[in-house]
Design a protein around this ligand. Structure first.
Ligand SMILES: CC(C)(COP(=O)(O)OP(=O)(O)OC[C@H]1O[C@@H](n2cnc3c(N)ncnc32)[C@H](O)[C@@H]1OP(=O)(O)O)[C@@H](O)C(=O)NCCC(=O)NCCS
Length: 182
């Protein structure tokens, strides 16, 4: 679905626009993802250089599909012509579990600690509720203190630990599972 633009103000007074990225924003989104991976790939689900050669045409197609799907959405944080944060909310169940969605996000390092993660999650809660989602879920690596602090601040409850689920550069790492009832 297409989430409409909303202006927000970060703790340092910077004004950003939150809205769904469209196909026209594919290059901006890839640039953003590459920036997040440069510093934080160990928190994410792909290797550091996974996105380096990802074709922009493919990203355009992905964004067009998400916009057309009423069960999922992305929200990017635009600072002028640049994307500095992004969050995705995807359907995570069918049938009796269709009111579940999963969340994944990233903010560029130079914008950490300014309240952007909080703003992105708050907007996701609002839109997810309007789509009749009842429960959100996510996992976060046990060493990701910023992620853990953000999710707990936003009312997610830790419900378990996935042992050695991620294999990164020769070592296994655990992830915590979190959920939030909307
Ligand atoms: C996790 C992440 C999204 C947080 O985004 P953010 O914009 O920095 O979050 P906020 O500024 O809204 O901070 C939320 C809370 O987390 C806490 N926090 C922020 N950075 C922290 C850190 N490094 N260590 C501990 N707590 C931290 C703060 O207490 C803050 O609460 P406050 O508003 O009461 O001060 C961001 O660090 C990030 O994108 N990291 C790299 C990618 C990643 O880890 N994605 C998530 C994968 S599961």
């Amino acid at each position: 679905m297409n989430v409409l633009a909303k202006m927000i103000c970060l703790k340092n007074g910077l004004e950003l626009s939150l809205r769904s990225p469209t196909s026209n924003d594919a290059q901006l989104l890839l640039d953003h993802i590459r920036n997040v991976f440069r510093t934080s790939y160990r928190n994410m689900n792909q290797a550091q250089h996974h996105w380096d050669n990802f074709p922009v045409e493919k990203e355009r197609e992905i964004l067009a599909n998400i916009l057309q799907d009423e069960g999922q959405f992305m929200i990017s944080a635009f600072l002028g012509e640049r994307i500095v944060g992004n969050i995705a909310c995807m359907s995570a169940g069918r049938g009796f579990q269709e009111a579940n969605a999963s969340v994944a996000m990233g903010v560029e390092a130079e914008f950490h600690g300014m309240g952007l993660g909080t703003e992105l999650l708050n907007y996701v809660f609002e839109i997810a509720k309007s789509l009749k989602y009842h429960r959100l879920q996510l996992t976060v690596r046990t060493f990701n203190n910023a992620g853990i602090a953000l999710y707990e601040k936003m009312g997610f409850r830790r419900v378990g630990e996935l042992e050695e689920i991620a294999f990164i550069e020769g070592q296994y790492f655990n992830e915590y599972m979190y959920e939030k009832i909307l």
